[in-house]
Ligand binder design. Structure first.
Ligand code: MN
Ligand code: MN
Length: 456
């Protein structure tokens, strides 16, 4: 019997075969990441994969039966994958995994276009928690939709393909930044200065003397997509870091990419559901939207849509939906801050989670005195522990940072507030919310194995 707890490093214990499994899983994850930069992109990718796996569209008015595999895409952004099991759903509930697929970024304002001194710009409004200075002087891609009159939708993705142009927010040269660099970091780049350059060619033969570049851009956009400036008022367009996920290190042990938070959890939970054909449980994998801005709205986890889906499952079997929820179990799959030796003072090293050490379990999140958290009951933490240990899952447990250094939250509390046992299990991330975040291939694979064990 081991009397002392010792955190295990996946890579230290991995043999050649395991290493190969970890690295090959990472290839699939990177592919998913590259096409899932926004929640809409991720929902589209999930729908495509679900169809390939034989899933068919869900309806609130249908009667589900054991073996059914359904997908429900709530308003293009919020995904529910459902696999109906053979066991009694009233007694056993639903095994739910929730990850969010929105990531911090720069949304366009409703009237985003303007021209100044021969340059045309998009004005932005940042989405989620960002350090604004990190978003200047990097290549940005434009993703999203514009709605035309009559309900026609134009999908836009510029800046990801080889040869595509990108967009760019300028920063001040160091030579003239004497005053800027002396400011506190939060003031050095202001929200209203996050304006992206989108063009510089004046329209030829344009009788309007003002805004000639803007005329060029609007002509281009109208020719390609058929919309005019006013249509941008009914759009959802955002700027995200351009480019693909990349291996990091000579050995490629890690991956840097935009939006690991929280696609690094969405991908494993989805794979686990797909790979659990034989499970007796009724399984649900959810891709949530709006987590980075408080989980409100029709596609966020505070919406009652998740309840409605569970109620539909309950009704299919004549079960009491209250009982189904009470007996359901949830993994809130979200990232946590991995211990970063470069910033050790904000962590408490005995209660941090570490890269390469497996799925990171957080019994609670929140700030200060555990404010605003789902603090998972010891009984449920133990339930999950037993599942993980019985299936040789690499996992670790910790807090987001040292006490009183800030804090954070996940969707866990919103699921728990429905009366569903919930615990946070995710992947430790370095440089979280930066344009390019860092994770270990060992940990995304460990989370996949954790989700598989939960589904089993
Ligand atoms: Mn997150
Ligand atoms: Mn986040």
């Amino acid at each position: 019997m081991e009397l002392k707890y010792k955190r295990r490093n996946v890579y230290e214990e991995a043999d050649g075969k395991r290493l190969e499994a970890i690295y090959s899983y990472a290839e699939g994850y990177k592919k998913f990441l590259d096409v899932s930069k926004t929640e809409r992109d991720a929902a589209y990718a999930a729908e495509k994969l679900a169809r390939e796996k034989g899933f068919t569209p869900f309806s609130f008015s249908e009667k589900l039966k054991a073996g059914d595999k359904r997908y429900f895409i709530n308003r293009h952004k919020n995904v529910f994958l459902i696999k109906v099991g053979t066991e009694d759903v009233a007694k056993e509930g639903v095994r739910i995994m929730v990850a969010h697929v929105d990531s911090p970024r720069l949304d366009l304002k409703p009237n985003p276009m303007y021209e100044e001194n021969g340059l045309c710009y998009f004005k932005t409004h940042y989405y989620g928690g960002i350090k604004k200075y990190q978003w200047t002087a990097i290549p940005l891609a434009l993703h999203g939709v514009v709605m035309l009159r009559g309900g026609e939708r134009r999908e836009i993705c510029v800046g990801e393909e080889e040869g595509d142009p990108v967009f760019y927010i300028t920063d001040l040269l160091p030579h003239l930044a004497q005053e800027q660099v002396a400011k506190p970091m939060s003031k050095a780049i202001e929200g209203e200065s996050l304006n992206a350059v989108i063009g510089g060619l004046p329209a030829v033969g344009d009788e309007d003397e003002k805004e000639k570049v803007k005329s060029t851009i609007l002509k281009l956009l109208n020719k390609k997509y058929g919309f005019t400036e006013v249509d941008l008022q009914c759009s959802e367009l955002c700027l995200v870091p351009a480019g693909k996920a990349r291996d990091v290190g000579f050995d490629g042990a890690l991956i840097s990419a935009y939006g690991h938070d929280d696609k690094v959890c969405a991908y494993p939970e989805m794979c686990a559901l797909f790979d659990s054909e034989q499970s007796p449980h009724t399984l649900m994998a959810v891709f949530a939207d709006k987590e980075e801005v408080g989980s409100d709205g029709t596609t966020g986890m505070q919406s009652r849509v998740i309840c409605d889906v569970i109620d539909t499952i309950a009704a299919s079997f004549g079960a009491n939906p209250i009982e189904v929820r009470y007996n359901s179990k949830c993994i809130s799959a979200d990232v946590t801050a991995g211990y970063d030796p470069a910033y050790s003072s904000v962590f408490e090293k005995r209660n941090s989670t570490y890269v390469h050490c497996g799925a990171a379990v957080s019994k609670y999140t929140g700030a200060r005195g555990k404010s605003s958290t789902n603090d998972a009951p010891a009984e449920y933490a133990a339930f999950v522990r037993d599942i993980f240990d019985d299936n040789n899952v690499y996992w670790q447990v910790g807090e987001l940072g040292a006490v009183d250094n800030g804090g954070g939250g996940t969707v866990a509390k919103y699921i728990a507030n429905l009366g569903i046992d919930t615990i946070d299990v995710g992947v430790p991330v370095l440089s979280m919310h930066a344009p390019y975040e860092l994770i270990s291939k060992a940990d995304v694979f460990a989370l996949y194995e954790a989700c598989l064990a939960f589904c089993k």
